[in-house]
Design a protein around this ligand. Sequence first.
Ligand code: MG
Length: 253
Amino acid sequence: MKIAKFAYKGVPAWGLVDGPELVLFKGHPLFNNYETTGDRLALKDVQLMPPVLPTTKILCIGKNYQDHADEMGLGTPDEPLIFFKPTSALIGPEEAIVIPSKVTTDVDPEGELVIVIGQLAKNVSEEEAMDYVWGYTIGNDVSARDIQFRDGQWARAKGFDTFCPLGPWIETEFIPDGQILETRVDGEIRQKASNELMLFSVPQIIAHVTAAMTLLPGDVIFTGTPAGVGRIEPGNVVEIEIEGIGVLRNPVS
Ligand code: MG
């Protein structure tokens, strides 16, 4: 099942992706047992939004691919490294990533598989972890590299407005099993890696995070990026594709 959020009659709505169409849900699908209104809309006529609730926690795992940790000179983590991105950074498919050129031009995209949580989760074991996953989407952990290293912690470097593209939808049937993630800038492949290369698996990440904090339906966890990050500039178009989910596409301005 592919679940999308979009602007409908000026307000956010949720729909089931059915080929080239969307079937409108009554409110949020998790709160209304996937009840639909029966109304159908053409996918091409709606503006997709990041498929999360506004109160969502956006958690990210750093250094979860050895080759990316190596290219950053960051070493191998002993346990998953957690950081946050602010919800104010969220944008949906086709919205522009804005380079804050008065502050920095040293900006990289990071293509990532993103876990979407489906029920309240606290102190979840690795064995139970997959029961708490609603599905997966695609995220771009856009990062101002100079600020990341200058500040020491990552809140500002990864928290600029528009630095959190998310979508195009939630795929509820995806199971990470070696699918390829590919990041393209103007069609040129920058990152290409299997999710089998993650240092910490989805169950390990969920167990680690929920030992610290309660996760709620709609919370998301970025699972880290593979090697191949590099600068983007106004005029570029970034596409992140994960086999079995889709493509997240954003222009840069
Ligand atoms: Mg990242």
